[in-house]
Design a protein around this ligand. Structure first.
Ligand SMILES: [Zn+2]
Length: 260
């Protein structure tokens, strides 16, 4: 709480993804809480750059927390009663909008405290949300590598099958030669049979399903969330689809993904 004394926190609906946005006006720092689309339309948008929000929370030098509704068409409630401006405590029940979207005061304060702390640790770039960010560009190589290696296995498999059927045809053609050319026919048939055995053994030694299994295991170890606290497998979908499906956020730990 010490770090928040004298600070003002804006809260409202995040314009782009509909999460709860917590912003420190004038600092360019904000962070979103919850899942995309979780905040109803009755909560006003928060645009910290323009000083617009649903409500603000001010903490004075004594540590008093004051909640203020920012627009007359908004509704802000404390413990079920509509307020314009009211002193609250951390376990006050605060809700926003006519749908009574409940927000957690301790979570908002903790998020704001982290935003303040982040600014002191490293310089901020404008628009930095303060959320954890991880580069996922390397996953494109991991995916492309899987596809290339799968194709390799399939091509090899095709080649083996071709040799096998070729040897079979050769043997079938060589056998009648025994009657026509005698010893030469035996030699040709012998070559055909050896070829058959060789391709069969070759196929066994190089079992494609084993190779594919190892390939998949390796892929599942590498195609993971780059957040070391998460590290979950991101599924059998292409890099392009992954970016679209998860809208550049980990579906497990919710960290933000970037491409550098
Ligand atoms: Zn993750």
């Amino acid at each position: 709480m010490e770090q928040l004394k004298g600070k003002t926190i804006l809260i409202g609906k995040e314009p782009s993804q509909g999460r709860l946005l917590v912003a420190l006006p004038g600092s360019g720092k904000s962070a979103a809480i919850g899942l995309p689309g979780s905040v109803p339309a009755s909560v006003s948008r928060c645009r910290p750059a323009e000083g617009i929000a649903h409500a603000k929370i001010s903490i004075d030098q004594s540590g008093n927390i004051i909640l203020t509704n920012l627009k007359s068409q908004n509704a802000t409630y404390v413990n079920g009663s509509e307020i314009e401006s009211k002193r609250i405590v951390t376990d006050s029940l605060v809700s926003l909008g006519k749908d009574h979207f409940a927000v957690s005061v301790p979570l908002i304060l903790e998020t704001a405290r982290k935003l303040v702390a982040v600014g002191q640790e490293r310089p901020q770039t404008p628009g930095d949300s303060g959320a954890k960010r991880f580069n996922i560009a390397h996953l494109e190589h991991v995916w492309n590598d899987l596809i290339a290696r799968r194709k390799e296995v399939q091509a090899k498999q095709k080649q083996i099958n071709l040799v096998r059927s070729g040897c079979g045809v050769f043997t079938m053609c060589a056998m009648p030669c025994i009657f026509l050319f005698g010893p030469i026919g035996y030699v040709l048939t012998g070559i055909g049979i050896i070829g058959n055995i060789y391709s069969f053994v070759g196929l066994k030694n190089d079992d494609a399903s084993d190779v594919l299994e190892r390939l998949n295991e390796d892929f599942q170890d590498r195609y993971v969330c780059p957040n070391p606290d998460c590290n979950k497998f991101l599924g059998n979908l292409s890099y392009r689809l992954l970016k679209r499906q998860y809208s550049m956020h980990c579906p497990y730990c919710k960290c933000e993904y970037v491409e550098k």
